[in-house]
Design a binder for this molecule. Structure first.
Ligand code: FES
Ligand code: FE2
Length: 356
């Protein structure tokens, strides 16, 4: 039987209701962002959330710890406690937990202190890319994402206030490299709905990442990202390079016009619940260094445009037989590759790709 030409539209790659649920379970094996590093000081613990767990995040002598946020005595939040001589001390009756999570002091029964084999779960924790990362499994599978530009003194960095959206982690992240929405949702800013065709682009796996090089994209010059752009027109052609650190983080490099101008956007998304995601965003640039407010305004505008659409996405709540989505060959190549890898994760068959 002849296979014939490949169809231009396919339904082959989708995450149905059961697939999304399996994926969420498997996310336990990966690093997720839980706080900005700068927000975790030696002064007091901070509460985080990840996959339905409350976390107590704290620091002592520079080292970071992430505990289940549940005192073993009467279940109070340890994030309400205080850091006391290298221990996390519960606010309610003062039980103290050492850095491994073991109870080392019970003020009401000093005679028991040190003799009880009781502790709170301590999760793997790491600091990278300006963030605290945690994994709910003792052996995280893929590397923690890195962001070397944070060390570059020629750049300025904006750490945007974290925010939650009512959507899955995968929906939130995919939105950043779902190119064909730019011209429609961000008409007049990141694209033109009257010129919305997407040129073929390259997609490949490399280690724990998907690399995408795409362009040209028509962008408008009157937004701050494109200040100094070397064109006299209203629009110019931007190129975008993505590193997608599986499964929840992306780094975008976008040419900002004039030679040497570099704009990067780093977005790490935590699945705090199956349908609620927390986004941590760091924007770096080596130009327009004194225009933070303009860049904040641009970020606010883009989010305001994206949020209702992303939160509205729904095959996952339709019956299984309607759950398949239509994918456009070429234009959706990046998001298709992302979904293929997510499906491998949901099936437990994930692995690092050979580094190229
Ligand atoms: S609930 Fe924490 S010490 Fe009692
Ligand atoms: Fe968008």
């Amino acid at each position: 039987m002849s296979s014939g030409p490949e169809p231009a539209v396919t339904t082959e790659t989708h995450l149905d209701v059961a697939g999304e649920s399996r994926l969420h379970q498997h996310l336990r094996h990966f690093w997720h962002p839980v706080a900005f590093s700068a927000d975790i000081t030696d002064d007091q613990p901070v509460q985080g959330e990840l996959m339905g767990e409350r976390l107590a995040i704290w620091r002592h002598d520079g080292s970071i710890r992430v505990f289940r946020d549940l005192c073993r005595h009467r279940g109070a939040s340890l994030a309400l406690g205080r850091i006391d001589q290298g221990c996390l001390r519960c606010a309610y009756h003062g039980w103290a937990y050492d850095e491994s999570g073991t109870v080392v002091d019970i003020p009401a029964r000093p005679d028991l202190s040190g003799s009880l084999n009781v502790g709170v779960e301590s999760f793997p924790a790491a600091e990278s890319a300006g963030l605290v990362w945690a994994c709910l499994d003792p052996e995280p599978k893929f590397p923690v994402p890195e962001l070397p530009v944070l060390e570059d003194r020629d750049y300025t960095h904006l750490f945007y206030e974290p925010y939650d959206w009512r959507c899955s982690m995968a929906r939130r992240l995919e939105n950043y490299f779902d190119f064909s929405h730019f011209a429609h949702v961000h008409h007049g800013v990141l694209g033109d709905r009257n010129d919305a065709a997407i040129a073929d682009y390259s997609v490949r796996r490399d280690g724990g990442e998907i690399r995408i090089d795409a362009g040209p994209f028509l962008e408008f010059t009157d937004n701050p990202k494109n200040k100094g752009v070397a064109t006299s027109g209203e629009t110019y052609e931007a190129w975008k390079r993505y590193r997608i650190f599986m499964p929840n983080t992306m780094l975008l490099h976008s040419s900002a016009g004039s030679e040497g101008q570099d704009y990067t956007l780093f977005v790490a998304v935590a699945p705090v619940e199956p349908r609620r995601s927390r986004c941590f965003t760091i924007q770096s640039r080596n130009y327009a260094l004194d225009q933070d407010q303009e860049f904040r305004d641009l970020q606010a505008l883009i989010l305001e445009q994206d949020k209702p659409v992303v939160e509205s996405q729904r095959p996952e709540e339709l019956p299984d037989d309607l759950a398949a989505e239509m994918h456009v060959k070429g234009a959706d190549a990046g998001t298709l590759e992302y979904r293929r890898w997510l499906i491998e994760i949901s099936n437990g068959t994930y692995q690092l790709a050979p580094a190229s």
